[in-house]
Structures are given as structure tokens and as C-alpha cells.
Design a protein. Sequence first.
Length: 216
Amino acid sequence: MKIAEMEAHFHELAAVENQIADALRDRRFADVFSASLNSLPHIVPAIKYRKKRDIQPETPTLLSLRAICRYGPPLFEHAVLQQLLDFVTSTRMLARHEKGYTQKVEAAIAREEAARLLWNQLQSNPGFLQRDIRKSLGVDQDAAVEVVEVWEELSIVMRVQEANSYLVYFQSHLDEHVYGTCQNCGVRGKTRKHVLFKPIKCPKCEHEDYFHISCS
Ligand SMILES: [Zn+2]
């Protein structure tokens, strides 16, 4: 490949990475994934150009790889993860790279499997304790926590502090309006469920404790 062509890929990669960054900022994840996949053909010629021109670091931080590995698993983008894995393993410059690209993508695919188990767990057992994930699901704890953190960032789940860990709930469950009753004076009011997961000060008697939750 001529150096002018490499240079064109180098600039094209920078332009597509700007699109990825914009889409990440606006949380347009369909655009994040499509721009990330579009960036892949530019990566190798861009790295070759950097070598020729002695641009440091020789291998740049690949935003597409970071974006897909972080958001692909919790959003169940299996086809995107698989395309990234195929690309990395079939690209000599990346497959055995010291930065461990192959391992990073494989770990992301394993994280997607953990996300699937976590999702089922959230449906069948809302309010499970985060620190028990490994014990109850047999998945890697750090991988599972990363998934939960992205879900929280995207307002899919909410975490409530409990016993030096967190109870994890789907946000939608917590946004439901329910009734709470003061255990001290019996005053009753309607509020969002998550408000009642910690002690609150009764507006009438000022006693501070958990309210009883009821749906009607
Ligand atoms: Zn009260």
C-alpha cells in the first residue's frame, strides 16, 4: 500500500473515532456499534502509517474496540462482538499483540454470557445482593459487576446499598408507584418504590424507619 493511501486511512480512522465518541456521548448505541465496525478496515493501514511517520504510540488506543467491549456485552450485541473477534483473530498485527486484543474481546464475549445469566436473575430474583453473584451464578465477579455498572450508567438497573454491597433491581420495577405506611403512626402515602427501600422520616410523626410497602 502506498503511503498516501495509508495516510488517507489514518485520517479516516480519526474521523470515524470522532463519530464513535459523539455517539457515545449522546448514548446512540446503534450508531456507536455501526461506526465502530466501520472503523475496523482503517486500523491496520493507520497503524502502518504511524510506524512510517514515527507517530507515538505506535498502536493507538482503539476506541472501537473499547466501545464494543464495554457496551456490547450488557446490550447483548452478540453479532457485533463476534465480528470484532473475527477481525482481531484474522488480523496478524492484532491477533497476538502485546496489548492482548484477542483476550480482551474473548473476555467481552464471556461477559455477555454473564450478562444473560444476570438478566434472568434480575427477573426471577429482583433485589439480589451484588456480592453474591459469583456464588449464586458461578460467573466471574468482576465481569458481572462491570455489566451491572454499565446497566446502572444506562438507567437499566438501580443499586441500593446494603451490607457493604448493593441490592440490584431493574429500574422499571423501582419506578412503580406503591403505597407506604408508617409503622409508627400509620399514615399512608403513595411514592416510587425505590424511595421506600431505605428508612425515611415520616412526614406526620417524624419517626424515621422503613415504611411498609403495599401495592394497593
Ligand atoms: Zn408516622
